[in-house]
Design a binder for this molecule. Structure first.
Ligand code: 5GP
Length: 185
């Protein structure tokens, strides 16, 4: 039985979701992050089991075959999925937040109609590209793929429950905290 509320955050790669989420989670100790599985390699700052479970394509396929994902998607030449068991376990004791892209969010909405979906917008496409380049650990090919993808993602924001703009970090964190305060169990 779930006792927690499920929150979904989406936003193009480079929009600053990681920083926004860290700011939100620092203020809400009752909110647990659902750690996704991915086949992409870790970035230097990322830790297995904290940011993602970094697994092989074979392991990912096996999890699909065993029906162990709430949802999964393949984009930017990698696979990403939300492990069901882990999400349920966390929901049994607390509110949970997923950081997933719109295709996954649409599946979560179908499976969990009470989930609250929040979309984070960049101030502009130019700023998004600048932030992606500023990360320094993303190749030109990945930047082009991610910008292409960002255009599509931003077209999806209309069916989210809330859209917040990450122009100033503090404002964006506060906007999300207000939504959570209103909706959390
Ligand atoms: P990144 O590689 O920059 O960490 O993430 C790329 C994109 O994958 C982001 O938009 C992020 O929200 C999305 N993502 C991360 N985990 C999952 C997941 O489990 N499922 C889906 N559908 N998307 C995910």
């Amino acid at each position: 039985m779930s006792t927690g509320k499920l929150f979904v955050i989406s936003g193009a790669s480079g929009v600053g979701k990681g920083t926004v989420l860290a700011g939100v989670m620092a203020q809400r100790k009752d909110l647990e992050f659902s750690v996704s599985a991915t086949t992409r390699p870790p970035r230097p700052s990322e830790e297995h089991g904290v940011h993602y479970y970094f697994i092989s394509e074979e392991q990912f396929e096996e999890m699909i075959a065993k029906d162990e994902f709430v949802e999964y998607d393949r984009h930017a030449k990698a696979s990403y999925g939300t492990p069901l068991g882990q999400m349920e376990e966390k929901l049994a004791r607390s509110n949970v937040i997923l950081d997933i892209e719109p295709k996954g969010a649409a599946i979560v909405r179908k499976k969990r109609p009470d989930a609250i979906l929040i979309f984070i917008m960049p101030p502009s496409m130019e700023e998004l590209e600048r932030r992606l380049r500023g990360r320094g650990d993303t190749s030109e090919e990945q930047i082009a793929l991610r910008m292409e993808r960002a255009k599509w993602e931003m077209e999806q924001c209309g069916w989210y429950d809330y859209v917040v703009v990450n122009d100033r970090l503090e404002n964006c964190v506060n906007d999300i905290l207000n939504i959570i305060a209103e909706k959390a169990n």
